[in-house]
Write a protein that binds this ligand. Structure first.
Ligand code: F6P
Length: 477
């Protein structure tokens, strides 16, 4: 296959820009918010980088274009492929399977076939873009077959893969009818990165159980054939982070500080402001959080209007049935709590089903006394890190589920098992009544971790390890 011209190629389900086709057919784009783009953009601008991804729109065909120094290469998905590959196999099969089967995963052969076809298309686009001996970094569960397809097309390139979500224990992973193909797909990479050490060891256990390959420590040996020598695949944890300095700086701006004060005022100047910020996803434990908060009101441990909960639930995957069911349940529960405990003009729960820009989020974080992160399973949870980065005043308390990747790093958060409603209630009360000195000490320690381990360091670590791996074709030269 002819080589392309880009030394560094990122392959992700989403593009780093949000594309809009105007009425006159012209295209406009805006950089997507988010840490991944922020971390990778400078590397791409420096070395000549391309980004292969889907625009988020059905059937949108567009030639590659340059945006902020990145060569943007859109992959077209038809409406049927979105239904089968994205909503179906990625979010109806893999997402629940990789998140402790909180809802039952569905296994459909037509979804799998679409996943294979779309993964091949992403791999072909990457193979066309990458320069001889270049580096390709593939992201996330939607694209687990890309590494092995790409290796067949371009054995000369270094291939990294990073899984942003958990990797399940083999006992659960083994339910997948195509488990062996997924493992083989990932083993096409030189380096397979995970959020937590536990995810990496789950993957290595799956390799041991489902293949006869040799696994030693973090390395899997892929036997060579013909003149090609053996190849080593390394599986390791690289916990992702946020652009901590940018978030810290944003939360210190006078506008954000003023907005935080205004938010509290608009809410009726409650004594205790609790906050939840999530994509509306069943992995986030929003129902558990609402149950705990509702019971605290029922018990009289908290009262409206002294206490109020702001819940931002940004719309997500709205065509997938389990997300529709969750939305209904959450909204019925919010209505019930407000009906039972709200007073005229003062709601118990302020529920927002939309996304907000980063400035408003930073103001909400600054305004909140207690941040509630109650995920039932979460690869990392960057909201927890954003809250910590926003609190240079050392105020606020973080209640954090032990089932998040962030819990490994934020040992000074008040950790909970969200399934334990009594324990969660007690911990929320502990956060509310915590001595200010203890709160500052905990926040200082968490900030040290988040400020030092930012998304740039994460990308540098991963790419540093990847650079040390030697692709098989060059080994044999
Ligand atoms: O956490 C995994 C992830 O795919 C993120 O990368 C992404 O921001 C989020 O879920 C939302 O996903 P989607 O692309 O399905 O909207």
């Amino acid at each position: 296959m002819p080589a392309g011209e880009y030394e560094f190629v990122v392959v992700a389900n989403r593009l780093p820009v949000d594309m809009t086709v105007e009425d006159d057919g012209s295209l406009s784009w805006e950089r997507s918010p988010g840490g991944l783009v922020t971390a990778l953009a400078p590397i791409m601008q420096k070395n000549g980088g391309a980004w292969v991804g889907w625009s988020g729109k059905a059937g949108l065909e567009h030639d590659p274009f340059d945006a902020e120094g990145i060569h943007v290469t859109p992959v077209t998905l038809s409406a049927q492929e979105i239904a089968d590959y994205y909503e179906g196999f990625s979010n109806g099969t893999l997402w629940p399977l990789y998140h402790d089967v909180i809802v039952p995963p569905e296994f459909h052969r037509n979804w799998w076939n679409a996943y294979v076809a779309v993964n091949r298309r992403f791999a072909a686009a990457a193979a066309e873009a990458v320069a001889p001996g270049g580096t390709v970094w593939v992201h996330d569960y939607q694209l687990q077959l890309v590494p092995s397809v790409l290796r067949l097309l371009r054995p000369d390139v270094k291939i990294g893969f990073f899984n942003h979500i958990p990797f399940p224990p083999v006992e659960i992973f083994a339910q997948l009818p195509w488990r062996r193909q997924v493992v083989d797909g990932l083993l096409g990479a030189d380096l397979v990165g995970f959020q937590r050490p536990g995810d990496a060891s789950n993957f290595l256990r799956a390799v041991r159980r489902l293949t006869d390959l040799q696994v030693r420590g973090p390395q899997v040996t892929m036997p060579g054939h013909w003149s090609r020598p053996d190849r080593q695949v390394r599986a390791q944890a690289f916990p992702i982070s946020i652009d901590s300095a940018a978030f810290d700086e944003l939360a210190r701006t006078p506008d954000v500080i003023a907005r935080a004060k205004q938010i509290r005022k608009e809410l009726g100047s409650p004594e205790i402001l609790l906050l939840g910020v999530d994509r509306l996803d069943y992995t986030k434990g929003i129902r558990h959080r609402l149950k705990a908060f509702g019971e605290l009101l029922e018990d009289g441990q908290l009262r409206v209007p002294e206490a109020t909960l702001v819940q931002v639930a940004s719309p997500s995957r709205e065509r997938v049935e389990q997300y529709q069911l969750l939305r209904d349940e959450v909204e019925v529960t919010v209505g019930r709590i407000n009906g039972d405990f709200g007073t005229l003009g003062r709601a118990a729960v302020h529920y927002m089903h939309h996304s907000y820009p980063a400035t408003e989020m930073a103001a909400l974080y600054l305004a909140a006394d207690v941040m509630l992160v109650t995920s039932l399973r979460d690869g990392m949870n960057l909201v927890a890190k954003e809250y910590v980065a926003a609190r240079s005043d050392l105020g606020g308390a973080l209640v954090l589920s032990e089932f998040t990747g962030a819990a490994d790093e934020l040992g000074q958060a008040l950790q909970i098992n969200p399934h334990d409603i009594a324990g969660t209630k007690a911990t929320i009360m502990r956060a509310i009544t915590m001595d200010a000195r203890e709160g500052r000490r905990r926040m200082r320690s968490m900030r040290r971790r988040v400020m030092q381990h930012d998304v740039q360091r994460w990308a540098d670590d991963f790419l540093g390890y990847l650079a040390m791996s030697v692709p098989s074709e060059r080994e044999s030269v």
